[in-house]
Each structure stands twice: as structure tokens, then as C-alpha cells.
Design a protein around this ligand. Structure first.
Ligand code: A3P
Length: 283
């Protein structure tokens, strides 16, 4: 199959670039989605560790659950399909907080948001753009760097996304996580998630989940999981090898020039001046 032409890959909705794999009809009708009280929403900007988090959560439950693809991916029949699924549904999304179907908020659904140092997120996204035929071509890191800072990439500005969720970080139904904390002390974060989701779990089981959720373990399992639709969190690729690239903190240092770093920090400091969490995201 030949690749779709560049102009067919992206369209705008409410000022934000979406891939055409999110139909405009679906985006327009998202607000009619009938969320259930026991739905769990996983919020993230792309390339922040969504698959890692989803892997941990699916392993935490010992009752049947369904991990869906992001709510905004697909055509308008998506909402109907989700409707037919039995509970419990774990629903990922790359939408910013203000665009979430309002039922998730009205019904106080539990939401877990994962964030990542935006410099590493940009680098991860660059490689994803380079490898993924469903995303526009980017020729160089320099070109992508500017697009990222301008928010001219799928899901829009990292800054706007983060800030929209940060505003709700103290809501009782929201757990706010950082990729870097998962790297530093995964058992602690798994425990935190289990408490938030009211799941009883022994320390031995936590260790077991952490072992199975290591980067190498998840990467090595890609072949098995490639054929299992329940593992397809990202609708932009059915090739999980694109997801598990390097899995490290600080890869930006291998990409950013000193000049790019200065520019990034200047924009970061300006955009994040009201953020109480900015310090957690810079190193
Ligand atoms: P890199 O491209 O920096 O390697 P998402 O799931 O939101 O698309 O995020 C993908 C990023 O999370 C990739 O980052 C990927 O390698 C990293 N990742 C996935 N699983 C991981 C794991 N078990 N441990 C650490 N990083 C992981």
C-alpha cells in the first residue's frame, strides 16, 4: 500500500493538529460519549510513556478489563464500539484536559496523567515521526525542533497540553505522574497507582509487575503483543517496535545543540512561568 499523501495525514480541529486517523466527525461528537463511573482514563501527551503506564495498569488488575485505543482515534463509530464494551474500560487519550468528553468529568472518573521532560518528549516524537508513515515527513532534527516548539505537531503544543492538565492536578479523581519518577523508582509508583485505583496488591506482586514492565521485557515482548489487539494503545502504528525505542532519561543531550537548549529554556521559562511543576520537568 502506498503512503497517503502529506496533505491527507493531518487536519486541524479547534486549532490543534490531529492525524486524519481521528476523523473530524468523531472529534466533533466526543462530547456525547457516555462515560461510566468506573472508567479509568489515561491522559498523556504523545511519547510520554503511555504504553508503559498502560502496561503497568493492565497488569495491576486481576479482574477482566479492556484497554482501548485512544478515544479520539477512529471514525464516528468509535463511540458506539466503546459503548458495547463491558466494564471495566481503561481508556487512553492524548486530548488536552479541556477537550475531554465532559461526562468523564461529571462522573468523576479516575484519571491518570503521565508527563515527561519535554526535551526528551520532543526527541522521542522526532524519531516517531521519522519512522511512522502515518505522520508527515520531517527531514532533520533542526526542522522538527522548531515545529515542536511552535506546537505544529500532532496534539499541538506540549506546553498547552501540560498546563491544561496541571490545572487539575489536585482534583481528587486525578493522579499526576512523571515518566522520570517511574524510571527512578517504579515499585513506588506502582504502589501509588494501586492505592489510587483501590487495588489490593502484595509487595511480591509489585516486584513481579515491575519486572514484567521493564523496558527490555516490554520491548522483547513486542512480537507476541503485536498480534494482540488488546495491547494496541497507539492507533498510529500496529508496529510496537516503533514505541520501544530507547526508554531513557536525558536522550535530549544527544540531540540538542547548546543554542537549541537556550532557545528551548527561554520558551519553557516563559510558557511555564505560572506552573508550579516546572522544576520537575527540567534537567
Ligand atoms: P523513547 O522514544 O525516548 O525511547 P508513548 O508510549 O507515550 O508513545 O511513549 C513512548 C516512549 O516511552 C518511548 O521513549 C519508549 O521507549 C518509552 N517507553 C516505553 N516503555 C518503556 C518502559 N518500559 N520503560 C521505559 N521507557 C519506556
Amino acid at each position: 500500500m502506498s503512503n497517503p499523501s502529506e496533505t491527507e495525514l493531518i487536519h486541524m480541529f479547534k486549532g490543534i493538529p490531529f492525524t486524519t486517523r481521528s476523523s473530524l466527525e468523531l472529534l466533533k461528537s466526543l462530547d456525547t460519549f457516555d462515560a461510566r463511573e468506573d472508567d479509568v482514563l489515561l491522559g498523556s501527551y504523545p511519547k510520554s510513556g503511555t504504553h508503559w503506564l498502560a502496561g503497568v495498569i493492565t497488569k495491576l488488575y486481576n479482574t477482566p478489563i479492556t484497554l482501548t485505543s485512544p478515544i479520539e482515534f477512529g471514525d464516528v463509530s468509535k463511540l458506539e464500539e466503546l459503548n458495547k464494551l463491558s466494564s471495566k474500560r481503561i481508556i487512553p487519550t492524548h486530548l488536552d484536559y479541556n477537550m475531554l468528553p465532559s461526562n468523564f468529568k461529571n462522573k468523576n472518573c479516575k484519571m491518570i496523567y503521565i508527563s515527561r521532560n519535554p526535551k526528551d518528549t520532543a526527541v522521542s516524537m522526532y524519531h516517531y515521526y521519522r519512522e511512522n508513515p502515518h505522520l508527515p515527513t520531517v527531514d532533520t532534527w533542526t526542522a522538527f525542533f522548531d515545529l515542536f516548539l511552535e506546537g505544529d505537531v500532532v496534539c499541538g503544543s506540549w506546553f498547552d497540553h501540560f498546563l491544561s492538565w496541571e490545572e487539575h492536578k489536585n482534583d481528587k479523581n486525578i493522579l499526576f505522574l512523571f515518566y522520570e519518577d517511574m524510571k527512578k523508582d517504579l515499585p513506588k509508583i506502582v504502589k501509588e497507582i494501586s492505592v489510587f485505583l483501590d487495588i489490593d496488591i502484595s509487595d511480591d506482586d509489585i516486584q513481579d509487575i515491575c519486572k514484567k514492565s521493564s523496558f527490555s521485557e516490554m520491548k522483547n515482548n513486542t512480537e507476541k503483543e503485536n498480534s494482540d489487539p488488546s495491547h494496541t494503545v497507539c492507533a498510529l502504528t500496529s508496529n510496537r517496535k516503533l514505541i520501544f525505542r530507547k526508554g531513557t532519561v536525558g536522550d535530549w543531550k544527544n540531540h540538542f545543540t547548546p543554542k537549541q537548549n537556550l532557545k528551548f529554556e527561554e520558551i519553557f521559562n516563559e510558557k511555564m512561568k505560572l506552573s508550579k511543576m516546572a522544576k520537575r520537568l527540567t534537567y
